[in-house]
Design a protein around this ligand. Sequence first.
Ligand code: FES
Length: 255
Amino acid sequence: MRPRNEPTDAANREYVFKILRFDRRNDQPPRFARYRARAQRGMTVLEALLKIQEDQDPTLVFRYSCRGAVCGSCGMVINGRPDLACRVQLSTLRSHEVLLEPLPNMEVIKDLIVDMEPFWEAYRAVEPWLIADESHGEKEHIVSEKNRARIDSYVNCILCACCYGACPVLGRDDRYLGPAALAKLYRFLEDSRDRRDWRKALERVDAEHGLWGCDTVFRCVMACPKHVRPTDGIEGLRRRLVIEKTAGLFRRRRK
Ligand code: FES
């Protein structure tokens, strides 16, 4: 799906890291700093960053937590492509020069750390939680295997914002909700347990900054490290919106 090179034996090779440095508290413009680090077998970009930070430059900053492609903290642009630093092994990169930049479409706080508040704001706007039938009480909400299969890939989203950073629409419209939020809404549209008023929920995203903002160029799909396909979800939401609107027209006619 997202071909990087087949792993080669990177052990003991020297890599040059060009890292974009910036601190919004200073007046200094962004600049690239160069570091050299020797790779160990299976070393990831995150591990190389930790080594550089420990051995060469403790002022270098980046986010991480789980180190296992689960928490979504370590999204950054690696050789021109948004990805998780803890997932990308040096041996899979085409070059021994590794260019690291912060995710686009969000303000840089320092070095590889961006301010994700606009991402979270968009995410909260779609009410990204299950709104179940309250009369169901304390009983389990059973999902069929077939239904689970439909939402499976969307459940895998770890909110790393790689799709948000890759989205060309957000580069020109910072009010656009973005791929992750819309994909999450689609995840609940397809979830048989969700009982929200979908006519109202879809009306809220029936806007240029919502469903209709997407250019359908699949950059988010290419960027997603968990193989989520936000563009397909956005298309699914658009289809359902058209169905709801058409049904609304017929309802009005009958009155
Ligand atoms: S550190 Fe958690 S996803 Fe990379």
